[in-house]
Each structure stands twice: as C-alpha cells, then as structure tokens.
Design a binder for this molecule. Structure first.
Ligand SMILES: [Zn+2]
Length: 254
C-alpha cells in the first residue's frame, strides 16, 4: 500500500514537472516584456505629475486676466446647491467633484474641531461683469484689483469657493480676521490633502497679481495640490512648469 502511494506521487510529480517548468518560463517572459514596455513609454517623461493627467484634466485650467473664460462658459456638471455648512440659505453651486471634495474637507476639519462655512461658489460671467463695473464706478473708474475682470474670476469656473469661520459671517472678508484665525490656519495647512489650493497666497502676489485671499480655495485635485504645496508653487508657476515639461516631451518624442 505504501509503495503504491509512493509510485502515484512520483508519477504525479513527473507529470507536473514540465507544466511547472513551462509556467515559470512564461511568467518570466511576461515580466521581461512588461519591463520593456514601461521603459519605452516613460523613458522621457520625468515630470512628477502623469502626462495623461496634465493633458486631460480640466481641473488644472488656469483662469486669470491673461487666461479668460469665455463669456458663455457655464460648467455643465454643477450641483444645484451645496449640501454642507453655509453662511446663509442662498444657493451655492460648484462642479460636482469639487463639491464632493469640499464635503470631505469640511468633515475632516470638523473632526479637528474646526467649523468652516461655505460663502460663495459659482458666479456667472454676467454677475461678475456687473460687480466689476459697480466696483469701477465706486472707485472713480480705477480697477483696484479687488473685483476680478469679467472672465478672469475663478468663480465662473465652478472650481473656486470662498469659505469663512463663524465669526466672519456677515462681515467683510479680511486676512487679519480669517487668515490668522484657527480656521484659516487649519485651511492653509490642510486644504492640499483634499485637492484644494490657497489660490492667491500672500507671498505670490507679484505673480498672481491678486491680493492675498486666505479664504479663496481653488480645486485642482489631490495630486496636483500636494505637488504645488511641496514645491511652493502658485497656479501660474505650476502651469508654466508643466507646459514646459509637456512641450519638451512632445518635441523629443520622435
Ligand atoms: Zn473667491
């Protein structure tokens, strides 16, 4: 009985051996092919953000005085009204992905004992235009940089949101009051991990040409936001950097 069992085991081992050998060879081949493929497609792309993301994401679009949104641009994928803490019952619209990211950010803040309130999100071209010319009128026709030129406001993109703390509700936004508050400090430290950037930082005013706004968040996605934080870039700088990387890559591609 014992001998018979041994014979069967031996036979099975012999039968299995060539199969095992084949399987090993194949998987090894597969691995080699895979490595070669990766080397071929990424040989020249060394920039830390994926090429595909930069070419396809419209969440990284630069909006400023030199890069205006079209008069008729309205984001197609906006929520009807934000479903989070707000300063009033007035409707606030944002692109859906941005709204979802904001909910996560508000929840995370709350876990740290920080209570944020959404103030204003999407603003139409027409509203911006009215606000701009009203501001001009009340400042003797001088653009003082407080209200953005029509088409230059990120609020038209549906990717920007102004947030405030409880004590700031109903008051004029100031960096002294909000930027220095525990809510403002939490935001400046943590917004990046939820895909948002402080769009108009204090030390980049010469580049953004916009006064520091500690309350104005812009969504760009987590990977880009964290990269911008780690490399201390504003959106103008990041845009220039990645466009150069893409141009270089596409220029040498063959
Ligand atoms: Zn704003």
């Amino acid at each position: 009985m014992k001998n018979k069992l041994l014979a069967v085991t031996l036979l099975l081992t012999l039968l299995a051996a060539p199969c095992l050998g084949e399987a090993l060879d194949l998987s090894a081949l597969g691995e080699i092919e895979e490595v070669q493929m990766i080397e071929e497609t990424t040989a020249e792309w060394t920039y830390p953000i994926p090429y595909e993301l930069l070419k396809s994401s419209d969440y990284i679009t630069l909006v400023n005085r030199d890069n205006l949104l079209a008069e008729d641009y309205v984001p197609a994928d906006m929520v009807e009204d934000l479903d989070c803490r707000k300063v009033s019952y007035d409707k606030i619209q944002l692109r859906e992905t941005v709204a979802e990211a904001l909910y996560v950010l508000f929840d995370a803040a709350q876990e740290d004992g920080i209570y944020l309130y959404a103030h204003s999100g999407y603003r139409s071209y027409r509203t911006q235009k009215t606000q701009y010319y009203n501001r001009l009128e009340s400042h003797n026709g001088v653009d003082d940089g407080v209200v953005q030129y029509p088409g230059a406001s990120e609020h038209q993109s549906g990717m920007a949101i102004d947030v405030i703390n409880k004590s700031g509700i109903g008051k004029k936004f100031t960096n002294d009051a909000f930027g220095n508050s525990k809510e403002g400090k939490w935001l400046a430290e943590n917004c990046w991990d939820y895909g948002f950037i402080i769009r108009y930082p204090e030390d980049k005013q010469d580049i953004t040409k916009i006064s520091y706004e500690s309350w104005h968040l812009r969504y760009v996605g987590v990977q880009v936001a964290q990269y911008m934080r780690d490399h201390h870039l504003c959106l103008e700088e990041f845009t220039q950097e990645w466009k150069e990387a893409v141009a270089e890559f596409e220029g040498t591609e063959g």
